[in-house]
Write a protein that binds this ligand. Structure first.
Ligand code: PBG
Length: 326
């Protein structure tokens, strides 16, 4: 009895990598960096082992650590000195991210991405300006059109500080066009725009909200982030962002939404990014701490799966740990 075909012939050590359909490289990855204006030393983030908030004075050193692993890109998040209703720290010329970016772009060769959102900078923790009375009425939420101008100012202030790319993550309708127009008007025609085009209202962002101190003080983000039940709507969101001028389309979170990554890959020619979010990172770490999972192997398989689903690039907290082994 001989099988008619033997897939196992291509699984020997000699040939396996020759027929590998997907690869993962350090240069596919973007490492998140948290800069904290309230800190004078590094503060570990308990729910994200290995990650820290660093003071502005250590931003360059932090990015040099990333570059030393072979990862060439970082995305900057900021914890401002103080917060207000308008999130003014997000678009201040001397804001925490703007100061860090000026130093990073002057002193390193990193490719620098800025997350463009207000939630880390508003005292209520929402991603834009609130409707009056929203605290007491859960049906009210962020004022879409009034928020656009602030997002545009945030993006321009980051580009002024040296950002190579901006990444709007607030799920405000029309944000890509508002930001693209503002960048172009300010002369930043070469600054790229990676849209968090398809961002779900996910429970997987929990640890990030500790890291960046951006949890909403009341209510949640269901009125502006996408319903996890929806698949067709992802294509609609992506189509709008392409029409508005996005250069890269991102899906967030990553692993629970591999089908969406694949859908976007098949429907668009633009590069597709996936965000392997804080909860995906924390889960693997928690299980590894218990000795239940092999951290590195599971991290590698997770990112390889995102590539296989169709992602060209991945934002991930595993970037530095994995890069060393790629
Ligand atoms: C800002 C932003 C968030 C994340 C990235 N940009 C927080 C949120 O939307 O709640 C989450 C990243 C993560 O969980 O790793 N809006």
């Amino acid at each position: 009895m001989h099988p008619t075909d033997r897939p196992r012939r291509l699984r020997t050590d000699g040939v396996r990598s020759l027929v590998s359909e997907t690869t993962l490289a350090a240069t596919d990855l973007i490492a998140p960096v948290f800069v904290d204006a309230t800190a004078d030393e590094r503060v570990p983030i308990p729910s994200m082992p290995g990650h820290e908030r660093v003071p502005v004075s250590e931003a360059v050193e932090r990015v040099e650590e990333v570059l030393a692993t072979g990862v060439e890109s970082v995305i900057c998040f900021g914890i401002p000195e103080s917060k207000d209703a308008h999130g003014s720290g997000a678009y201040a010329t001397d804001g925490v991210v703007q100061r860090a970016m000026r130093a990073i772009t002057a002193e390193t060769d990193a490719y620098v991405v800025g997350d463009v959102c207000l939630c880390e900078y508003t005292d209520h923790g929402h991603c834009g300006l609130l409707e009056p009375g929203a605290e007491d009425d859960p049906t009210l939420t962020v004022r879409n059109d009034e928020t656009l101008e602030l997002l545009a100012k945030t993006a321009v202030s980051q580009a002024d500080a040296g950002a190579d790319m901006v990444a709007p993550s607030s799920m405000t309708d029309g944000q890509v066009r508002a930001i693209r127009d503002a960048l172009d008007d300010a002369g930043h025609t070469d600054v790229a725009l990676m849209s968090y085009a398809v961002k779900y209202r996910s429970a997987f962002y929990g640890p990030f909200r500790d890291a960046a101190d951006g949890a909403p003080a009341f209510g949640d983000r269901r009125h502006y982030q996408m319903n996890p039940a929806n698949r067709r709507e992802a294509l609609r969101e992506a189509r709008l962002d392409v029409a508005e001028g996005a250069d890269i389309l991102m899906v967030k979170p990553g692993l629970p939404y591999l089908d969406i990554v694949r859908d976007l890959r098949e429907s668009f020619d633009h590069p597709i990014a996936a965000y392997n979010v804080s909860g995906e990172y924390a889960m693997v770490h928690a299980a590894a701490e218990k000795g239940w999972l092999d951290l590195e192997a599971v991290a590698f398989e997770s990112l390889l799966s995102l590539k296989r689903a169709g992602a060209d690039l991945i934002v991930t907290y595993f970037a530095e740990d994995l890069a060393a082994h790629l």
